[in-house]
Design a protein around this ligand. Structure first.
Ligand code: 4NP
Length: 182
């Protein structure tokens, strides 16, 4: 009888621990580029698509370092390539802000300039927690360069190339997160 009670308590403890762990394990990711209308909303859309069955575990958002396009929908060419791949982009552009360093666990920069600008902003946030700030293409299996090229002044083909880069890097990033937070 006593054994059964202890077993029951242990089971309850394990359940409680899992529940508590489950409650705290939401992983929050912010993708950042310059305008927040091409690369980072595409990355956000791909990330949400790949984690669509784990919405209790992963949360994604995106932002730009600039103010250029605040409030705008993504560029038509980004919307088009996403739609061709059954991804709907509904994000409205916003600028990264100090609170983002509190909220997010990972801040993922599309290029080295974004990365430096994020670090500069973070240095001005006195109580910033420690999100991991990383370059998107550090997750790329194709080791050609570390930046996601800016397609804004390019063609639809440039957006298609960016989509391919973002898809494979986001797949690897999601895999990394699953292993890191198993
Ligand atoms: P994104 O692309 O940083 O990938 O959103 C750009 C969008 C707009 C501009 C530059 C890059 N712009 O100069 O307006």
């Amino acid at each position: 009888m006593a054994k059964i009670e202890i077993f029951g308590k242990c089971t309850a403890m394990v359940y409680l621990c899992k529940t508590l762990k489950g409650a705290t394990i939401m992983i929050k990711v912010l993708f950042v580029c310059l305008g927040n209308i091409c690369r980072s909303p595409l990355a956000q859309g791909i990330f949400e698509h790949l984690t669509q069955h784990e919405t209790d575990r992963f949360l994604a958002d995106s932002a730009g370092t600039s103010t250029y396009h605040i409030g705008e929908l993504p560029d038509d060419r980004a919307i088009a390539i996403a739609q061709m791949n059954h991804i709907v982009l509904g994000h409205r552009a916003r600028q990264i802000q100090k609170e983002d360093f509190e909220k997010f666990d990972y801040i993922i920069a599309m290029d080295k300039t974004n990365y430096q600008n994020i670090l500069t902003l973070k240095s001005r946030v006195s109580n910033a927690s420690e999100p991991k700030i990383m370059l998107m293409r550090s997750f790329d299996s194709v080791k050609e360069q570390l930046e996601v090229p800016d397609p804004y002044y390019g063609s639809q083909q440039d957006f298609e190339r960016v989509y391919d880069i973002l898809y494979r890097t986001t797949e690897n990033f999601v895999q990394f997160l699953r292993e890191e937070h198993a």
